[in-house]
Structure formats: C-alpha cells, structure tokens
Design a protein around this ligand. Sequence first.
Ligand SMILES: Nc1ncnc2c1ncn2[C@@H]1O[C@H](COP(=O)(O)OP(=O)(O)OP(=O)(O)O)[C@@H](O)[C@H]1O
Length: 313
Amino acid sequence: MIVEITGLRKIYEGKQRVVAVDGIDLGVREGEIYGLLGPNGAGKTTTISVCTTRALPSEGVVRINGIDVVKSAAVARTCIGVVPQYNTLDRACTIFENINFHCRYFGFSRADAKQRTEQLLEQFHLSERAGAYPSQLSGGLAQRVQIARAIAHRPKVLFLDEPSAGLDPQSRIAMWEAVSGLRKEGITVVLTTHYMEEADELCDRVAIIDHGKILVEDTPAALKQSIGAQRLYDLDLRSEGDHAALTALLEQLAGVTSVESLPSGLRIFADSADGLLAGIVNTANPYGLRDLRITETSLETVFIKLTGRDLRE
Ligand SMILES: Nc1ncnc2c1ncn2[C@@H]1O[C@H](COP(=O)(O)OP(=O)(O)OP(=O)(O)O)[C@@H](O)[C@H]1O
C-alpha cells in the first residue's frame, strides 16, 4: 500500500471540542485513484491535511510510500503532490513561473525546471497561457495549473481536495480527464469529493466517510451492488399489448429480479446487466416496445441507505 492510514484520529481542542477524524484505517494501492466521499464536515479535508503534513494527528499513523508523515515530514513531502481546496497559485507570477518555481523549490536545475515546466504546460494544454497571470484564468484552467504544479516534482501520490468545487460542468469533465491521464504516469491519486458522480466516474475505489468514520469502502460498482442496488429498465409500451404475458416472460430472463407496472409500461429491476439489454428488447419488441430508459443506482443511493441522509444536506 502506497498510502497507509492506521487508527487516525484528529481532535480539534478549542472552545468546542471537535472530533474531526474518528479512527480511520485505509490503504491506497499504487496507481489507483482513490476517493474519500462524504458530506461537508465529514473529516475529508482533515484526513488529507494529516496525510500531506499540514496537520498533526491526535492519534494514529500515516505512511506514504512507507514514510511516516509525522516522523519524517520533509522526506514524505517529496513523495506528495497537493492540490488544496482553494486556489493557491502565486498571483504575482505567471503560469510558467508558478510551475517553474515549484520545480526549483524541489531542487531541479534551472535547465531541468524549464524543460519540466514546458512539458507540463503542453501536457495540460496550457502552453498558450504560459505568460498569463492566475487572475486571468477561468476556474477550470486555474485548477489544471494547480494539478500541473502539484505533480511537477514527480510525486508518487497526488492529493486533491474537492478538485471540482466551484467548476462548471465542462471544466469538471476536463479536470476528470486530466486526473485520469495521471494513471498513465503511474501517479496514485487520493481525492476528496462530495459529488457522487465524481467519485463514481473517476475512482477505482471509494471510501464513504461520515462524522469522521469510514462507513464502507469498495469499488463504486461493488458499493452499489452491496446494498442490493439494481439497475432499472423502464419500458414504454403501446397500451394494447398483453403486459401480463410480457411480465411473465421478462421475469424469466437471467438477472431480472422483478417486474412492476408503470402507467406507460413496465419497470424491470435487475441485479446484473450481463447481456440483459438485448434480451429485454427482443422479448418486449413483439409487445409494442416504444422506448427504453436505463437508470443506474448511484453512490448517492448508497449514502442515503447507510445514513438516512442526503449527501448534500
Ligand atoms: N482548524 C479547525 N479547528 C476546529 N475545527 C475544525 C478545524 N478544521 C475542521 N474543523 C471541524 O472538523 C470537522 C471536519 O472538517 P473537515 O474540513 O475535515 O471536513 P470535510 O469533510 O473536509 O468537509 P469540507 O468539505 O467542508 O471541508 C468539521 O466539523 C469542521 O468544522
């Protein structure tokens, strides 16, 4: 495991004592994109802050690439890239300079820093904006610069805290592509999010976290299946068809768990999608199939099942 968190607790002792992280154990495999999904205040940022040496744990140990982030913070930092929740680009410097200075800070020679900066600008489609200042960039572009800068020193693990907060949908997708592209470079990614689509789309594995604790951890697909989550197929049918006969036939298809009536047709509940679509279409066609909608269960449904609350509440 390239990131190993054992028994992590973080308590903020203030006027009010806040247990922000309440005993987290998790391991992230090399090369994986791992998501901490949870509502605001769940303890995601605090967990990342400890991992990235920005906060000290109250209890527990975090190792990155085998290095204890408390005992050897400076060494650990060489293995880590961080994209914090807010834009931390230096506003007095150009995009080129922001990345270049980062390389120099991490010990690159002048020539190596220049070469690495140019390569990153190209990789993140930023070359044309090299001379621009952060204030001249859209939120999406600024976020891409932050990611480029964070990986400039070739860290083993990149931590992204709410990477798409405040981004418009198009920029969010561009950011997802940029993060997915890091797989090719073998960079392990740990991100926090309260967008279930983001966790579902981007992450190989997800830990759902609430009140400082991990509720469940698995692949998005397994999490959805674990709650008996199903895929729904809504069939629009011409009214004159024999719906009872069709229901009986559909119930015999492998993967179909049940079939219910809808005003406009039938709803099929399925626990597996393997080859089912063709079976449904072939079976329903002679009974006047007009349209078909497929609904996937989401991680939001998983969170609601686990907590009785909505992620955005
Ligand atoms: N420096 C601090 N001092 C006191 N309490 C804090 C501090 N930082 C965070 N907290 C509290 O700890 C809890 C967890 O916060 P944290 O920021 O880790 O959650 P989060 O899941 O990242 O949510 P968000 O997305 O809002 O940042 C919250 O109740 C928060 O108010």
